[in-house]
Design a protein around this ligand. Sequence first.
Ligand code: ASP
Ligand code: MG
Length: 441
Amino acid sequence: MIKVLKFGGTSVGSAKNMKMVADIVTSEKATVTVLSAMSGTTDSLVRISSLSTQANKRSEIAETIDMLREKYSTCINQLLDSHKGEALAKMESVLELISNESDNFREYTSERLILSQGELLTSAIFAMYMQEIGRKAVLLNAPDFMRTDEDQKVDTALLEKKINELVDDKETFYITQGFICTNHRGEIDNLGRGGSDYSAALIGGALNADEVQVWTDIDGMHNNDPRVVEGTYPIHKMSFDEAAELAYFGAKILHPATIQPCKDKDIPVFLKNTMDPAAEGTKISDEDDETRIFHAVAAKDNITVIRIYSTRMLMAYGFLRRVFEVFEKYRTPIDMITTAEVSVSLTVDNTSHLDEIEKELASFGKIEVEQDNTIVCLVGNLEHSQKGLAATIMNSIHGIPLKMISYGASHRSIAMLVDTKYKKEMMQSMNDKLFGKENHA
Ligand code: ASP
Ligand code: MG
């Protein structure tokens, strides 16, 4: 049985938690263990990188490095014994590298190098601990097998070849870093924030694993965002498509790209809680939960809506293509779209080229742009043929003004756009009316 286990920042956030992770890794007989950096590390490294580009920030950078030294040395001192000296030396060399890169900051290259250090140090410490407690543990350097091309796509063929060469002993616990990779220029890079889940899924796919387990600090995917809404509950079973949709539309527990490599090879993904390993968690597989209509709600903030009003659209063909070409030119994905006869509304979350896009779209007609919106996405068995479904959903959010509604292609989800100020009220109201006790007994 090949298992790939991934642990998030909180799971490895202290010596105490790392010990729990070691227990889980051992009892699960994990083939490969993929680790994030200790919680808060990547944020600190992002801060160091951004301070490095500003004048007169030396003391703030030094303070942040000291804070990391404090965090990691505390963990090392509490966790390790015979490997303590080696781990502290590793930590100092990492901190020195960060400080040097910050002093001689090269745009992009230094930032990526600095950001990779959290995972590298955390995984090194954990591997030493595993060895210290008598496990046969080997630390693998993810940038050796995780490589991306110019479009930041992972070379899965290379990954498959390399990882299968490296992982060849059933008795060994292989430990590696999530998130980091080597880019097409041969420099260290990363898969984007929260990308460790994706690393684990790719490794699981490449090894043709029997399962991938993603360990965090909550007991699986909930039916609604527990940080926003009261009375949520964990979902035990969910389909790949649903999980992908929820992750994409804001469920923070899973990186949105995670599902695809596992879906492709039909590898179930288990979401588990490091703080409560006995809790059932969530199983994501090709099995759907047919017993309920409404499965879950997720929300994605910082959405910008762009409306294009154009009488030239009236009965014309090729209009949408020209609109889409503008977004394509600026590599900006569109999330939602609705059209009427003389207007199109679309949403984006990447606004880095918004000004240019707006300028080009202006040639089509009148343009309106509104920021601070949220997409609230409801997933479930929302069959087109079901009577009264739309009415039930609309009743559950009675009184909330909607800016856009998108329901159609998948009959698995309905996405609604609202001003972010209504998000909490809307999600709570949906939770109470669509997911009340009687709906999930
Ligand atoms: N440490 C990285 C981050 O904070 C990657 C991850 O945790 O998945 O974004
Ligand atoms: Mg994460």
